[in-house]
Design a protein around this ligand. Structure first.
Ligand code: UTP
Length: 294
């Protein structure tokens, strides 16, 4: 069996939900407290045993490459000032090689993954999206890799979402349940409100066999005017089983404004350095608001 050593992180979207912040800065570089979202994703891939990461970038995404590169001037400065803890935090990750490819036009997530086909070759691989950060005892991607090792089939990470949110996600229609793992009869992208076959939503973690490229090759523009990954997954599932796995862990949606603010607040409250003060600030703000109502 081939092991999963390569991962793709698509990061070439326009990030329109965060405009104007994302006019000149990639949304993947927006920080959660003091770390860009994409670094949480790279850290999860490393903790799951990934050795090579391909980041699919687009126009205006240079800062992502700079972020994962050495910055000798900064490192020298921190060294001279004896700021060794910070120095460790800014060093290029040594456990993994990071590669880049450009998606010339943001034609959708399916197209972004297709751009990585030559890098992947004939191996199973992982895909991680920066819209979801997961805190878990065992990294979410590692949980999916273990499922792949048992089944040797593609596995899509899912979690349950409230019924009124299903139209925002790719949704699976499960047929057979084996613990946390599901066989799936259908994958549907952003079903119209009230028509979702379940509340099991596809989160941004996937393992694919290379056969997915056969279907991505054929994909045409789907829902939202983009080449949809979910459509290719549905086709793959018709020839070779694709499992859904309800991974353990708390998932934070950082791809939209409210989720992003909430995640920042939660992570700030957990932060050793500023957590207590953040709690005080939040209480003060709420009290001020109450007083203003009187
Ligand atoms: P999203 O739909 O969440 O990202 O895609 P977006 O399009 O940048 O965001 P909005 O909706 O305009 O606010 C999920 C992931 O897929 C990548 C995005 O960068 C994001 O990480 N993506 C999306 C691509 O790499 N290429 C695309 O053409 C579309």
């Amino acid at each position: 069996m081939k092991t999963i050593k390569k991962a793709i992180i698509p990061a070439a979207g326009l990030g329109t939900r965060f405009l104007p912040a994302t006019k000149a800065m990639p949304k993947e570089m927006l920080p959660i407290v003091d770390k860009p979202t994409i670094q949480y994703i790279v850290d999860e891939a490393i903790a799951s045993g990934i050795e090579d990461i391909l980041i699919v970038t687009g126009k205006g995404k240079r800062s992502i490459e700079d972020h994962f590169d050495n910055n000798f001037e900064l490192e020298r400065n921190l060294m001279d000032k004896g700021k060794f803890e910070l120095l460790e935090k800014v060093k290029e990750p040594s456990e993994v090689d990071i590669h880049y490819i450009r998606q010339k036009e943001p034609k959708g997530l399916g197209h972004a993954v297709w751009c990585a086909r030559k890098f992947i070759g004939d191996e199973p691989f992982a895909v991680l999206l920066g819209d979801d950060i997961v805190q878990a005892d065992k990294p979410a991607l590692k949980q999916l890799i273990e499922q792949y090792e048992e089944t040797e089939r593609s596995v899509v990470g899912v979690q349950k979402v409230p019924e009124n949110e299903t139209s925002r996600y790719g949704i699976v229609d499960p047929c057979t349940i084996e613990g946390r793992r599901y066989q799936v009869s259908h994958f549907v992208e952003k079903p119209a409100p009230g028509t979702a076959p379940s509340n099991l939503a596809i989160m941004g973690r996937y393992i694919f066999t290379p056969e997915i490229f056969t279907f991505l090759d054929k994909q045409e523009i789907g829902a939202g005017g983009e080449i949809q990954l979910t459509d290719a997954i549905q086709e793959l599932n018709e020839t070779e089983r694709v499992y859904a796995y309800d991974f353990e862990g708390k998932r934070y949606d950082v791809g939209e404004k409210l989720g992003f603010i909430r995640t920042n607040l939660e992570f700030a409250l957990q932060n050793e350095e500023i957590g207590e003060e953040v709690e005080r600030v939040v209480r003060d703000l709420l009290m001020e608001k109450e007083r203003a109502k009187l």
